[in-house]
Design a protein. Structure first.
Length: 104
């Protein structure tokens, strides 16, 4: 079984989130993307504390696809410095993890 990962990124709005999710799945870079609207982010940017509504994407991939996924997110993301965080999946339903591998 290949190592599955969950990759997180935030988008500024629902349209951009849906567009990126659709693109990643269509291009075979992700097996599945969950779109979580209504996220409130508080962060420091260029010396100032900022607050913004965002849409979080939970992107399910296999580890070997990560470099291509990261490059694609960076190329398409509207932020100057996008959040791209990859977390390994420690356990999961084997059939579901196999499905992720087949789709990405």
């Amino acid at each position: 079984m290949q190592q599955a990962w969950v990759v997180l990124t935030n988008m500024p709005d629902m349209d951009s989130a849906k567009g990126l999710a659709q693109h990643l799945v269509t291009e075979g870079l992700a097996g599945c993307v969950n779109i979580l609207p209504g996220v409130q982010s508080v962060y420091r940017w260029q010396g100032k504390v900022e607050q913004q509504s965002e849409v979080t994407l939970l992107i399910k991939i296999i580890a070997e696809r990560y470099p291509a996924l990261q490059a694609e997110i960076q190329a398409l993301h509207p932020y100057e410095l996008p959040e791209i965080i990859a977390l390994p999946v420690a356990q999961g339903l084997p059939a579901y993890l196999d499905w992720i591998a087949e789709g990405s």
